[in-house]
Design a protein around this ligand. Sequence first.
Ligand SMILES: Nc1nc2c(c(=O)[nH]1)N[C@H]1C(S)=C(S)[C@@H](COP(=O)(O)O)O[C@H]1N2
Ligand SMILES: [Mo]
Length: 508
Amino acid sequence: MSGHLRWWAASAGALSAIAGVLAGELLAGLASPSLSPVSAVGGAVVDLAPPPAKEWAIQTFGTNDKTFLIVVISIVLLGLGAVAGLLELRRAGAGAAVAVLIGVVGIAAIATRSLSNTLAIVCAVIAAAVSVALIRWLVRLIRDEERPDERAMSRRRFLRAMAGSAAVVALGAAVTAVVRGTSLAVSAAREALRLPAPSSAATPIPASATLNTPGVTSLITPNTDFYRIDTALVVPSVDPTSWKLEVTGMVEQPVTLTWQELLAKPLIERYVTIACVSNQVGGNLIGNARWLGWPLRELIEQAKPKAGADMVLSRSVDGFTASTPLEVLSDPGTDAILAIGMNGEPLPPEHGFPVRMIVPGLYGFVSATKWVTELKVTTFAADSAYWSTRGWSQRGPIKTASRIDAPRDGAKVAAGDVMVGGVAWAQHRGVSRVEVMVDNGSWLPATLGTGISRDTWYQWSAKVQLAPGHHQISVRATDGTGAVQTSEVAPPAPDGATGYHSIRVDAA
Ligand SMILES: Nc1nc2c(c(=O)[nH]1)N[C@H]1C(S)=C(S)[C@@H](COP(=O)(O)O)O[C@H]1N2
Ligand SMILES: [Mo]
């Protein structure tokens, strides 16, 4: 096999590797700005590297140690790509197998990162597929050259393919640089941000709020585990310094609020459990965080709503809208806020950086607008929000619900005393009682954690007696007004699922 063919095969392999990495960076970057396959691999390398190697890198490169790591990873990738090209030339499929292997390592690295999600993994799989397809195609064209009858033709075909791919890769690199550039600039602004101290701190969590039942969801959801629901295929990159919120519509005094003005306001910090209307009974589209922000009531007061207005249509930079009752936002007893902090950190990009709404007691689709930039004071009669025009309700108070976290549905447990536990919520009304039922027995009272406030979920636990065999365990909550959770089964649409969460266990 002649030398120049080998050279071309190595180049084709390296180009395929670059194409795959770029596709991964671009797709993952669009899906989730804080996620980058190259940094994910870098992070995994750092986690796995022996401490002396880490120290050496930090001492030698200082704060440039990450750049060094990325350069090393890039060189290794190019080298592996070239080797894959050579192997593919020797045997069709051999190089592609190396590309698959690189892809698997990348996907595994992404999967171990805390911000990873299914979408990120899908992006990485697509990226690996791009790389594999490209190496197979380019090297097949090279191999065709070995057939003397076709040599000149296929040489031209290969060069055209190689040049075309290189052009697409270059264009992709430019697009990636722009997309990642803006999102990285916003990430940098976010990282440099120091949140102001609240003028009204969240009440400390009583020790009795946590029951320590193994397998039960933690009382506070870490940001990286927080469910994410939005219509944004591309997470908006909003630069806080140019962010503005306009209060418009039926107001005496339209208001424009800038980022600097917002930071200077007296901020409050509150624990609020937000939930998605799409959550199924027993589902996990719910999370509890400590939010820092400015009461919307004060902003609304400043704008002076006109008589007759009954709704605030909040709008995000991406066009999403939510319809929130004006009454709830103006209520002195409801701490609805323009949030900038989540669990002591600036909002993560995925959760609305720099500013989102948090309204205790209402499902996210009618209240929790992320990347919010406009509040239009209006009426339910005149305006409808994003989901309300798609078959969902216009209003969405959160329904009383309870969930069993432990044991898991379908678990095998030891017969005898079994600890059952979970969470229950009825935001803004609070939970006053939780009961469990085994098979078709009577409802037994569960131990109820004191909770943080009526705007958050409560942990509960109960010890039940299980004889050997199959059992069904159900749970129900009673809210702070004394109303028992409804047993009537309803799907999420149009205004939230109802019914009791039940699990089946096998006691032996
Ligand atoms: N801009 C924007 N904000 C949005 C949404 C959206 O699609 N776009 N989805 C809402 C819905 S349906 C929910 S349940 C919450 C989820 O917030 P989270 O992703 O921070 O958990 O955000 C709300 N805010
Ligand atoms: Mo939602």
